[in-house]
Write a protein that binds this ligand. Structure first.
Ligand code: MN
Length: 235
């Protein structure tokens, strides 16, 4: 594809490395699921009988394993949420649950970073979540692992520690909507595309991060994602 001249330099396409391969996975969109583990739904004061919800982050918010994450602007309550991430290499609409796995390229570990104070205001006022969820550097994600190598995990520990202290511990078998159900449900509202990532929700134990914190986030059998929170540099 020939690119026409542009009035400022093009930004880099967000991509994820793939374990064991030279090729990269170009990231199209980032969909996120909220309220998908009952204990976390309860800790946020919501009803676990309610349905999970969708929101998005821009692909430009993606960060790679080992990156430094600047403490964001405009918050005093910056939270971690460890999540299983699903990567699609085939799109579609109205995908049946039993065909959903055919659309999955692989899996990664991500953290849905959240400005919790802004989210609480948005929830109380019925406002959008963009400011609380879709901000710069808010989607650190590990390298991808191909489903043909690791299979399709439906159980296994998911955890997050800060400075070596365990904060979040759950199991993939606690997902309210499992991965095929998420893909099927999303594809009823969006034309899913190759390159789309889905953050599948977080178990309980979310909490604040501070400058200098060392974060480790993991899903058993997939990867450990590591990042450090650093002071934001003024542009
Ligand atoms: Mn989340």
């Amino acid at each position: 594809m020939d690119t026409p001249p542009t009035i400022f330099p093009l930004w880099e396409l967000p991509m994820l490395p793939i374990a064991g391969r030279a090729e990269r996975f170009p990231v199209h969109r980032i969909f996120c699921i909220g309220r998908n583990y009952a204990e976390h739904v309860r800790e946020m004061g919501n009803d676990p009988a309610g349905k999970p919800i969708f929101f998005t982050k821009p692909s430009s918010s993606l960060r790679n394993n080992g990156d430094q994450i600047p403490y964001p602007l405009a918050t005093e309550n910056f939270h971690h949420e460890v999540e299983l991430v699903v990567a699609l290499d085939k799109g579609g609409t109205n995908i049946p649950i039993e065909q959903a796995q055919d659309h999955i390229y692989g899996y990664a570990v991500g953290v849905d970073l959240t400005r919790r104070d802004l989210q609480e205001v948005a929830k109380a006022k019925g406002q959008p979540w963009d400011a609380s969820k879709a901000f710069d550097d808010s989607a650190p994600c590990s390298e991808l692992h191909e489903a043909r190598q690791i299979g399709h995990p439906s159980r296994g520990a998911i955890w997050l520690s800060v400075n070596g202290e365990m904060r979040q511990q759950g199991n993939l078998n606690q997902l309210i909507w499992n991965v095929p159900e998420i893909i099927s449900a999303l594809s009823q509202s969006f034309h899913l595309q190759a390159g789309d990532l889905i953050f599948t929700g977080t178990p309980s134990g979310v909490g604040p991060l501070e400058i200098g914190d060392q974060v480790e986030a993991a899903v058993e059998g997939i990867s450990v994602l590591r990042f450090e929170i650093v002071e934001v540099a003024d542009a």
